[in-house]
Design a protein around this ligand. Sequence first.
Ligand SMILES: [Zn+2]
Length: 243
Amino acid sequence: MKRFSISTDGQVIEYEVVHRPAVKRRIHLELGGRGELQVVAPRRMSKRAIQSALQQKAHHVARFLVKARSQQQAIPVFNYVDGEQHLYLGQWYSLKIRHTSGRSTGIELSADGLQILTPRADGEGIQGGLVNWYRKQAAHLFSDRLVFFSRTAPWTRGESPPMRLRLMKRTWGSCSSKGVITLNPHLVKAPPRCIDYVIAHEICHLKEHNHGRGFYALQEQLYPGWREAKAHLRDNGHIYLHS
Ligand SMILES: [Zn+2]
């Protein structure tokens, strides 16, 4: 990929330009898997326009890189072995792996940790079992909270919208124009207040599709604690998305 650069305070910052169909209006910054800066820009924006926009905000770009790189280093590396700590609802639990001659992997949560009974004790087998388990918990929990907030929000007339689960790399949830709410199962690793925040947020989108004033008024009404939960996800979300 072609690399470009800007400079600030005598430091040269290299970047790559990435296009993504959903990005139509503004550029935003991301950190690639190897710690490189990626600038996601609308396809019709020229390379020169991108460069001048970045150069104008060079201080902000430099700050973004420092923070994003330190977050990337804080992402735990998992080996899926006995005793390793894994997240669920904002708490760490240690894996208790036991062999079974049965066919499938069973996982149960107890005060003691995440009990895993499995015929396959290799890392990949445990990881696969955990991904399924997280998804199952997400399905139960999210639909409960969706029912709760649908009953609270007057504009749904008490009806819960259809829900889908999809593993995503950078999105917690979305609401389609047809009113289908898609939620990221990774969210089940976050504290319950963050799950509530994302679900309440998407339920507000059933009435207000953009992030205008009307939307924020609804969000304030439906989930007043949204600011703190949003900040928690901003600061810790990378761990939930990668564990
Ligand atoms: Zn939104």
